[in-house]
Design a protein around this ligand. Sequence first.
Ligand SMILES: Nc1ncnc2c1ncn2[C@@H]1O[C@H](COP(=O)(O)OP(=O)(O)OP(=O)(O)O)[C@@H](O)[C@H]1O
Ligand SMILES: Nc1ncnc2c1ncn2[C@@H]1O[C@H](COP(=O)(O)OP(=O)(O)OP(=O)(O)O)[C@@H](O)[C@H]1O
Ligand SMILES: [Mg+2]
Ligand SMILES: [Mg+2]
Lengths: 256, 256
Amino acid sequence: MPRIIAISNQKGGVGKTTTAVNLAAALATAEKTVLLVDLDPQGNASSGLGIDKSSARPTSYDVLMGAVPALDALHATELKHLHVVPANTDLIGAEVELASSDGREVRLRQALVPARDRFDFILVDCPPSLGFLTLNALTAADSVLIPLQCEYYALEGLGELTRTLGLVQQRLNPALVREGILLTMFDPRNRLSHQVVAEVRRHFGAEVFETMIPRNVRLGEAPSYGRPIMLYDVRSSGATSYLHLAKELLSRRRAS
Amino acid sequence: MPRIIAISNQKGGVGKTTTAVNLAAALATAEKTVLLVDLDPQGNASSGLGIDKSSARPTSYDVLMGAVPALDALHATELKHLHVVPANTDLIGAEVELASSDGREVRLRQALVPARDRFDFILVDCPPSLGFLTLNALTAADSVLIPLQCEYYALEGLGELTRTLGLVQQRLNPALVREGILLTMFDPRNRLSHQVVAEVRRHFGAEVFETMIPRNVRLGEAPSYGRPIMLYDVRSSGATSYLHLAKELLSRRRAS
Ligand SMILES: Nc1ncnc2c1ncn2[C@@H]1O[C@H](COP(=O)(O)OP(=O)(O)OP(=O)(O)O)[C@@H](O)[C@H]1O
Ligand SMILES: Nc1ncnc2c1ncn2[C@@H]1O[C@H](COP(=O)(O)OP(=O)(O)OP(=O)(O)O)[C@@H](O)[C@H]1O
Ligand SMILES: [Mg+2]
Ligand SMILES: [Mg+2]
């Protein structure tokens, strides 16, 4: 059963962090043990889970550089079964510092080996690019979950992402599979939303999760309180949809 | 009078491309001659103006590598006074190819010297990062316009962006000034939107444009027709707000 899932899409603002935080929390409320690795120097997933980025140590930078084993970089959250390896802007330096070292793309993969047995799921939040940090996540991962905003520009980027995943499978991680495409910020009042959904389901069929995440202002409010949606407003459509997503992910796992 | 404006924010999905395309078009309808340089490998600004990225040549990659002068890479748009230097995924290779060459951050600045006298404004759309491509844009620019989505995570990233701008001013482009912060995707029904606006205006005062861009579905639809908002739906709140922004930008220029 694959354990490490990268949450990736180079298009910005499509809901990567919102999905990483809330899917991790939903799995944790379903009694799964979950680790969320924040691999974005913006550190949004860290603050979205209430971590104080200015003081939290060690971070994913220390883990990537091999200074600290992953299991020594776990930070607790309000959910018993959810831990996080936080990020801050130190991560920006990692690419330059590792530029000349061999096997720089497999750093995270190696660092997470001891963590695999401790957790049911390890989710990795990626920055909006296909560079060094994202390549580390895709090389460490068993599968990749692609959040896709129901907008035109987001659709445009899917081809490039699929090409990159093919290259990663060829050269760095032949076992990498696609966990699925998750449609986010769906607005039923908006014709464009429906058009994007129809086009993605036509092209990618069963690879697209049944569950869609609706546009829900509560999902935007929760991070300002440092809490996942289940702890901020469990009755919201945002919370319900991420709980559905967790169920769908778990039932797909049993089936495969 | 500064002529080159970089549109930058490392946070993804905040409206950089939507602002670059529609501010450029609004200035062009005000009879200003405008060049939009697409410096994002996603090439969203290019397709947002109807350019076929799979075939358009030369591109911003050719200009950055010095293979083609900027004035030989102009592509016409539906607006007489608006030209674009398009982008495609070739741009991803530029950073690696220029890795060991001196003065790699001033490539765009040098390439745009002959273009300065041909246009009233040159806008540069940046990718969601503070890496090589964005540094080229910030080094070439006279000023930087920062689109800021009315959301919590977008607010978090502002400190990092301000720090980076300080470094660019110290080391690469002492003349760089802040054109202003533009609040985008403002939703008056949403308490979080109002909170973010109040916080940004309190912190940054007169640096924040009076004009705010409302959330308007027509802005999301226009790119799927390859047209700026003025040509897609000139009566929409999206079109009105970008026309206001162009007026405000021009009147600020006269005042300074
Ligand atoms: N379903 C939703 N409904 C409403 N708001 C949402 C939803 N999903 C995400 N958001 C908000 O939209 C913004 C973008 O989402 P998020 O930051 O998760 O995207 P991202 O892909 O991680 O961005 P980046 O590319 O910068 O990493 C955030 O402010 C978030 O709170
Ligand atoms: N004011 C607005 N109202 C509604 N939708 C908008 C608005 N501004 C932008 N959008 C839509 O939101 C999405 C994000 O905007 P856009 O792509 O311009 O952001 P960006 O900062 O350029 O993203 P990236 O970080 O990927 O370059 C796009 O699908 C766009 O069509
Ligand atoms: Mg994110
Ligand atoms: Mg963009």
